[in-house]
Write a protein of this length. Structure first.
Length: 590
């Protein structure tokens, strides 16, 4: 009997002659069933492997495509300019990687009256559209919006809006209201270090600060994805600004400035000029506050120059015995002029006493012996005859007398009058005086270990060591006592100078400065604070000199920033003063 296919047999099932007929195919033999199962299993495994391979291949292609977009711009050639994943402008970070300036995409509210061809620019009245916009932006003026919408002029109605606000604008349903995504420069720390950073203008270019300095590298398609690293430490910067601002309030000063500098590398760890501005919101008021008091304004910095004069005299061999005394009981006559001290300390003062009591008369006599040639040469080696060395574009030119200095100029310059420099000049000079005698240019760029500039020698190492002692004594026993921060072995010098005015000096307007370094047994950092026109208030015991404001500010700043910079208080350590302290006979002055 011939075999019948299974489907055919089922088709023949039915009734015939009253009998049910059912025809079935013969079942396969056991060996055939086993072969069929093996074949089916093998085929299934191949299909699974093929699917897995196809999935892996698709994933690889997708990853490769993303990588090509990120690196090659999707064209097969290196074109970062076409890379949507890179910011339009590079990031600026502090020395620890904290972002200080970065790009992000933001939305703007743009009125485009030509969005629809022909007819009115709006489908509803300007009044109704203005009302709906004010529901989204309650701070906007409805009447002003209506007027601007009715003008028919394309314009920004708002420069920065949130994504949710952009969605709500879309839902108004007016084609003329367009919220385009635009690149925006953002400063996460607000006005912190504003004078260091500067800002990016509507032209897309950097202005004023490091934004201007780095403008090419930040915006260049070849480099804009990289970071520019500053020497600034955000934590130190915040502490400096906070304490300077506090001091401004206590003394009711019109302005302040400050700087923290690494004495061995020239790195500027913090720099502040107050009042400040917010680079996120540049307006007319902000533009008026962009002048940097630390790098661009020159001052007569007064008695902070006295240690530099003493250092030059020691270095030149004019002073070989610190115990040598100079007459100080009466004004010093130089031609038609008289050099005076604020008060009489004693009939004779030795070198430590001259510094501790800040004697103009004593310092002028030492400068007179040093002579104008050596005095001027020292000032030139410190860079006082040039703009300060730093990357910022705005740098003030000193008020500097060219040619041979007359005797009186040499004597007045010795105590900080007749010469005007920036606080940055002073910071570099004090770093030189305490670091072993090497002058290095200041920098706002982070310096890698071992790559500090070689610099130039100004003072002998022995001179530097002696000045560290004398600066420490000014804080422990002299006019800088309000700066003494227990355990930080701080040294420095006060300076209070009358501001020049019409017809001479204005006795009611001072610029007060304190120039300091710490720790004096192994100097690491210089700190300069400066106040413009401080007043005598109850908070300053009605005193307006540097001892009561600028020095007091340093006394608050150093304990805050020391641990951040790896300098911890240790009241069991100090610089050895045993050979100079016995020379002090008169009590300290304030």
């Amino acid at each position: 009997m011939a075999s019948i296919p299974l489907g055919t047999a089922q088709g023949l099932s039915g009734h015939g002659h009253g009998h049910r007929i059912s025809v079935h195919a013969s079942p396969p033999a056991p060996s055939r069933r086993a072969d069929l199962r093996a074949t089916t299993l093998t085929l299934a495994r191949k299909r699974v492997a093929l699917i897995a391979f196809a999935f892996a291949l698709a994933t690889a292609v997708l990853v490769l495509r993303v990588a090509m977009i990120g690196v090659f711009g999707g064209t097969g050639s290196f074109t970062p300019a076409g890379n949507a994943l890179l910011p339009d402008r590079g990031t600026i970070v502090d020395r620890n990687g904290v972002p200080l300036a970065r790009d992000f995409k933001s939305y703007a509210l743009w009125f485009n009256p030509k969005a629809m061809e022909g007819g009115d620019p709006l489908t509803r009245s300007p009044r109704e559209v203005a009302r709906k916009l004010v529901e989204i932006f309650p701070d906007m003026d409805e009447a002003d919006l209506e007027k601007r919408l009715a003008s028919g002029k394309g314009q920004y109605l708002r420069r920065r809006i949130l994504p949710d606000e952009a969605n709500r604008v879309f839902r108004i349903g007016e084609p003329a209201l367009s919220p385009p995504a635009e690149p925006s420069r953002y400063y996460p720390e607000g006005n912190l270090a504003a004078h260091v950073l500067g800002y990016v203008g509507a032209d897309g270019k950097g202005h004023v600060g490091m934004e201007e300095v780095f403008n090419t590298s930040l915006s260049d398609p070849e480099t804009r994805g990289s970071e520019q690293v500053l020497a600034i430490d955000t934590r130190v910067q915040a502490a400096l600004e906070d304490e300077l601002l506090r001091g401004m309030g206590l003394a009711q000063a019109k302005g302040a400035g400050g700087i923290v500098m690494d004495v061995d590398t020239g790195e500027v760890v913090a720099m502040a000029s107050l009042p400040s501005f917010d680079p996120n919101h540049i307006d007319e008021k902000g533009m008026a506050l962009m002048f940097n008091r630390v790098t661009n304004q020159v001052y007569e910095l007064g008695s902070t120059f006295k240690p530099l004069t003493i250092a030059a005299a020691i270095d030149a061999g004019v002073i070989t015995n610190l115990g040598r005394t100079f007459p100080a009981g009466a004004p010093l006559r130089v031609g038609r002029f008289s050099i005076r001290d604020s008060h009489t300390i004693g009939q004779h003062l030795n070198v430590p006493e001259i510094l501790i009591h800040s004697s103009n008369i004593g310092t002028a006599q030492i400068a007179d012996e040093l002579g104008s040639v050596r005095m001027k040469k020292m000032m030139e080696k410190l860079g006082f005859n040039e703009r300060p060395y730093i990357e910022l574009p705005a740098r003030g030119f000193p008020i500097w007398r060219s040619g041979e200095w007359p005797r009186l100029t040499t004597m007045t310059v010795s105590y900080g009058h007749g010469i005007a420099v920036t606080p940055l000049h002073l910071a570099s000079a004090y770093a030189t005086m305490v670091n072993g005698g090497i002058w290095r240019p200041a920098t706002l760029k982070k310096v890698k270990p071992g790559e500090a500039p070689k610099g130039r020698r100004v003072f002998k190492e022995a001179t530097s060591a002696r000045m560290r002692q004398l600066l420490r004594m000014i804080v422990t026993d002299g006019t800088g006592r309000k700066a003494d921060a227990p355990g930080f072995r701080l040294g420095g010098k006060t300076g209070s100078a009358e501001k020049p005015g019409a017809g001479g000096y204005n006795r009611t307007s001072l610029v007060t400065t304190f120039a300091a370094a710490f720790p004096m047994d192994n100097p690491r950092f210089v700190v300069i604070t400066m106040y413009d026109e401080p007043k005598g208030t109850a908070a300053t015991s009605y005193q307006r000199t540097a001892a009561w404001n600028a020095a007091a500010a340093v006394g608050r700043i150093v304990p805050r920033i020391g641990p951040m910079l790896g300098v911890y208080p240790d009241e069991n350590r100090d610089i050895d003063l045993t050979d100079v302290r016995p020379l002090i006979e008169h009590g300290g002055a304030h």
